[in-house]
Design a protein around this ligand. Structure first.
Ligand code: GLU
Length: 515
């Protein structure tokens, strides 16, 4: 690493809700900045005013804050190189476009939409390999390269609409280094003369992005792979401006792919396969369509970030569960992959589960209490914490707790018929009676003691575990699934266990009589 302080930026365009792919790009920038004690900047790229979506910028900040990705400089945060919203920097860009015109690297173009369409048709008809505005087609168009200087002046003075286009050099090879992909070699003849400045007075993404990266002293550009095709133009712009020696290092991070690996992950895939693709809830301001976020789906931000970091990056060891601090210390661009990373929702849930099981029962209880309150259930803090400690091992989300463990708070009102019909008989019924009387004299209700007690009970009464436990479990919680019978008994305690066994008997008898 050179001695120049690291400065990286996440530069989203508020043209829609931040996608988790964007969160991952922001995260990589953040991890890189923290690792090298550098500066992480957020810059809002809102020069395409027609595509702005209301609420998208607020959404972005809310999402990043929830994820714990906090900027050192940016809108709201401030900093020496602001403003950090391109719409507030509008005045800056024109001068740079003019500079390129003055040194022959850009030109005015007056072509109308119809003329541009006609150009494409012409090129298509002549079976040209591309139909773009470039070194082969530009001399047949209406621009300051083909029109006389006076006419250009007249048109500008008259207020004719025009754009400023890059004059991509002919027969030049653009070479740059990408920290993930290595040396990239592109023939400039394949590039089109991209618009740098639009007729509405706004710069395009390309000009504003390069100028701002320069002015904000960005040392590393870490962005999604979809921007790789733009990089050669950006490299040319650095050269045209004479900023080559301080050009940032480029890193294009792999795309997030659909679970089947076929194509880029989109919102539609999430809808189709039932998982979120946005960090927090989003409501589309135009259509009113609502999308559930990872937050509302029940994810904690830490495991989500952990999961996202590993989509496209692999730390040196095999460690998967990491804190933000672990990720910061282990992050390295060398270990970012070239290949796209498949999105695997089951894996995301696994990370959430791993995080959940590390949380204490009492912390989880504090979060679970509102759910209980909503259901008018009162229980002691200690009891809820013990229940949470058991349930966390069986759930991916806190929001699964009620469904997985409502029986700890109220007696079941339905019972697994298959188990009752196959296991309930006179012998078991007699044993239920004996069990009640023995439970009455059992003093220690900890899990281990209940475990020992039940096994002793089986032995004494010549019962197999399979004869008693399934039906006992159904008597206590209604279903054959759930925590172990020892844990259930230990948690429910003597009185409740006896009450449930007692009240299940007539129900089971009735179920059998209906056979
Ligand atoms: N504004 C671009 C975007 O929306 C930024 C690309 C870049 O980081 O250069 O992703």
């Amino acid at each position: 690493m050179n001695e120049i302080p690291v400065r990286v930026r996440f530069a989203p365009s508020p043209t829609g809700p931040l996608h988790i792919g964007g969160v991952r790009t922001a995260l990589y920038n953040y991890l890189f900045a923290r690792k090298y004690h550098g500066t992480f900047i957020i810059r809002i790229e809102d020069t395409d005013q027609n595509r702005l979506v209301s609420g998208a910028e607020d959404y972005l900040f809310e999402s990043l804050a929830w994820c714990g990705i906090i900027s050192d400089e940016g809108p709201g945060t401030g900093g020496e190189y602001g403003p950090y919203r391109q719409s507030e920097r509008k005045e800056i860009y024109r001068e740079y476009a003019d500079r390129l015109i003055a040194n022959g690297h850009a030109y005015y173009a007056f072509d109308t939409v119809e003329e541009l369409d006609a150009m494409r048709e012409r090129l298509k008809a002549s079976e040209s390999s591309t139909q773009q505005y470039d070194c082969n087609s530009r001399m047949a168009m209406k621009n300051s390269l083909t029109l006389a200087a006076e006419e250009v002046q007249t048109r500008i003075t008259r207020g004719d609409p025009y754009v400023i286009r890059t004059k991509v050099p002919e027969n030049e090879t653009v070479i740059f280094n990408d920290l993930v992909r290595g040396e990239m070699v592109v023939e400039a003849n394949q590039l089109d003369d991209k618009v740098l400045f639009k007729s509405d007075g706004w710069p395009t993404y390309h000009l504003a992005n390069v100028v701002d990266d320069y002015l904000m002293k960005i040392t590393h550009v870490i962005r999604g792979e979809e921007w790789l095709p733009s990089a050669p133009l950006h490299v040319l712009l650095y050269k045209f401006f004479g900023w080559e020696s301080i050009m940032p290092q480029f890193t294009h991070v792999p795309l997030l792919l659909r679970p089947d690996g076929n194509g880029k992950l989109s919102k539609r895939d999430g809808d189709r396969l039932g998982f979120p693709v946005f960090p927090v809830n989003w409501s589309d301001p135009l259509s009113g369509e609502k999308s559930t976020g990872f937050r509302e789906r029940g994810f904690f931000p830490q495991p989500l970030i952990n999961f996202l970091a590993l989509l496209g990056w692999h730390p040196a060891g095999d460690k998967e569960v990491m804190t933000m601090e672990d990720m910061i210390s282990e992050f390295s661009i060398e270990h970012v992959h070239k290949a796209g990373a498949r999105f695997d929702f089951e894996k995301a849930k696994w990370f959430n589960h791993e995080y959940l099981i590390k949380m204490s029962g009492s912390r989880l209880a504090a979060m679970f209490f509102p759910v209980l309150q909503e259901k008018n259930i009162s229980a002691s803090e200690e009891f809820v914490a013990r229940v949470c400690d058991v349930l966390k091992h069986r759930c991916s989300f806190l929001s699964d707790f009620w469904e997985s463990g409502s029986f700890f708070f109220r007696q079941p009102d339905s019972f697994d018929e298959v188990i009752v019909k196959s296991k309930w008989n006179e012998k078991v019924k007699r044993n239920f009676e004996m069990l009640i009387s023995e439970l009455n004299s059992l003093s220690d209700f900890t899990g281990a003691s209940v475990d020992q007690f039940l096994h002793r009970f089986l032995g004494q009464n010549n019962l197999k575990a399979g004869e008693l436990f399934p039906v006992l479990r159904v008597a206590l919680i209604g279903t054959k699934n759930g925590p172990s019978v020892f844990e259930i008994i230990s948690l429910l305690g003597r009185d409740e266990v006896i009450k449930r066994i007692r009240s299940s008997q007539p129900i089971f008898d009735k179920m059998i009589s209906m056979l």
